[in-house]
Design a protein around this ligand. Structure first.
Ligand code: RVP
Length: 485
């Protein structure tokens, strides 16, 4: 019957990139891309909007490395706003939340306060906020003949070098070298303190030369919002979010599209709509979306396909959406199912401009949650946002489900799991990006757009798949970018 004449849909393991003539050295392949119409990043990678993956610490680390973190939405709106602000303030040249000292505090009190607040120096201000001096660890060490009960006004350095609001990083650094100081208080026309520039801050910014920053130099950040959460969308938009991600497991639901349109009309930030997995869904959102996110059921912790019987293997899903979005200039993000760097670059070959990963990052230091040890091995918790645990801490909105009545149970579409502990995000990203660049080298493409054009797939049989993994050997040392499961 016609019902059984069904099209084939492919996923990562079904395909490989056809190697092509090349002069591209992998290290030189440029992986910069767009995640949405107005937002560029230097690395085509996003961390998933999940409560065991992305809070501000992960978002800061992702943006510093050139990618984008997407804050999850199992948070009150106020907390979400505070998280956005944390990312936006992280690498600011001028620190606003300055720890100040009082001239008549004792040295002991100031020492304890600086310890508590994690700073090694503080401007000393009077009641009006005028800068009188600056006190730092070197001023108050006992060997400098300052008693612990002396007042700050006696111990501080009172020849303070200050600068105005318009100071640049270079100018501040020159002042620091010239006067052998590590901090420059920023003052307004009345000499009142408005901020502080530190040597440590400037050096840190230099270290992250590849960071993804907005026009004013702040780190970029994405935020997940529910399709019917216009209030949250407006609040995080005002707090400075660069991209909002409509967070829904089935964005081809027409009510969801109505909600997404309303959000798009209410905010300045770009709005990425998702998730979808078909050409028809892409056609219904491409006229207003600033980006389209693809993934119906590929996630490592996702049970949507087994629970609901619906889904689209990810390579086909991405290719269908890219067919529609590509010609309109709307970026496509492949979300979920990526286990290896090879999967990530295959997603780009299928038409994605960037990829989003959850499990790959859930074991890193920057992911929320504690490290637990089981049988001597270290793990971090990783759970689907449609798992019972995550829905209990938030809501089932992503899966378009109402909270169950007291005597009912959730119908989850995700599981709660654990990921092996992996250390820092930086080394994970290094492997992921390095592997993607290798793929670009094999295909002979210097940039992501060129790679999307030039790459071709071959179909892999199950014998070919076995051949592609290490086989007929016993692995003796773990590789940093391969584990057999
Ligand atoms: P993965 O990288 O394979 O771990 O997949 C992460 C993605 O899985 C998320 O970005 C999201 O789209 C999807 N997800 C999150 N929760 C669930 C679920 O509970 N089913 N799925």
């Amino acid at each position: 019957t016609d019902k059984l004449r069904v099209p084939e849909a492919l996923t990562f393991d079904d395909v490989l990139l056809r190697p092509k003539e090349s002069r591209v050295e992998p290290d030189e392949a440029d992986v910069s891309t767009r995640v949405s119409t107005n937002v560029e990043v230097n690395v085509p990678i996003l961390s998933a909007a999940m409560d065991t993956v992305t809070e501000s610490q992960m978002a800061i680390a992702m943006a510093r490395q050139g990618g984008l973190g997407v804050l999850h939405r199992n948070l009150d709106v106020d907390e979400a706003v505070a998280e956005v602000e944390r990312v936006k303030r992280a690498d600011e040249l001028v620190i606003r939340d300055v720890v100040t000292a009082d001239p008549d505090q004792t040295v002991r009190e100031v020492d304890a306060m600086m310890d508590r607040r994690g700073v090694s120096g503080a401007p000393v201000t009077d009641d009006e906020g005028t800068v009188l001096g600056i006190i730092s660890g070197t001023d108050i060490r006992p060997y400098l003949e300052v008693g612990e009960s002396d007042e700050v006004r006696e111990a501080m350095t009172d020849e303070v070098v200050t600068a105005g609001e318009d100071v640049t990083a270079r100018e501040a650094l020159e002042l620091m070298y010239e006067h052998k100081i590590e901090r420059v208080p920023i003052v307004d026309d009345d000499e009142c303190l408005t901020g502080l520039v530190t040597m440590q801050g400037i050096l840190q910014r230099r270290e992250y030369g590849n960071a993804a920053r907005d026009e004013s130099g702040h780190l970029r950040v994405g935020v997940a919002v529910g399709p019917f959460e216009t209030d949250r969308a407006v609040a995080v938009d005002e707090a400075g979010a660069d991209v909002l991600f409509i967070d829904c497991a089935h964005a081809h639901n027409l009510n969801v599209i109505d909600g997404a349109r309303e959000i798009k009309e209410s905010v300045e930030a770009d709005v990425v709509v998702g998730n979808v997995g078909t050409r028809e869904a892409a056609e219904d959102v491409v006229d207003f979306a600033d980006g389209i996110k693809v993934g119906i059921g590929p996630g490592s912790i996702c049970t949507t396909r087994v629970v609901s019987g619906a889904g689209m293997p990810q390579i086909t899903a991405v290719a269908e959406v890219a067919d529609v979005a590509g010609p309109e200039g709307v970026p496509v993000i492949a979300d979920g199912g990526i286990r290896y760097s090879g999967d990530a670059i295959k997603a780009v070959a299928a038409g994605a401009d960037a990829v989003m990963l959850g499990s790959y990052f859930a074991g890193t230091d920057e992911a929320p949650g504690r490290v637990i040890t089981v049988d001597g091995k270290k793990y971090k918790q990783y759970r689907g946002m449609g798992s019972v645990g995550a829905m209990q801490s938030g809501d089932g909105d992503r899966y378009l489900k109402d909270e169950p009545e007291e005597d009912e149970e959730y119908v989850p579409e995700g599981v709660e799991a654990a990921e092996p502990y992996k250390g820092s995000l930086e080394s994970e990203l290094h492997q992921l990006v390095g592997g993607m660049q290798s793929g670009m080298g094999y295909v002979g493409a210097e940039t992501i757009p060129e790679f999307k054009e030039r790459s071709e797939f071959v179909r892999v049989s199950s014998a070919g798949q076995t051949e592609g993994h290490p086989h007929d050997v016993m692995i003796t040392d773990e590789a940093p970018n391969y584990s057999p499961n």
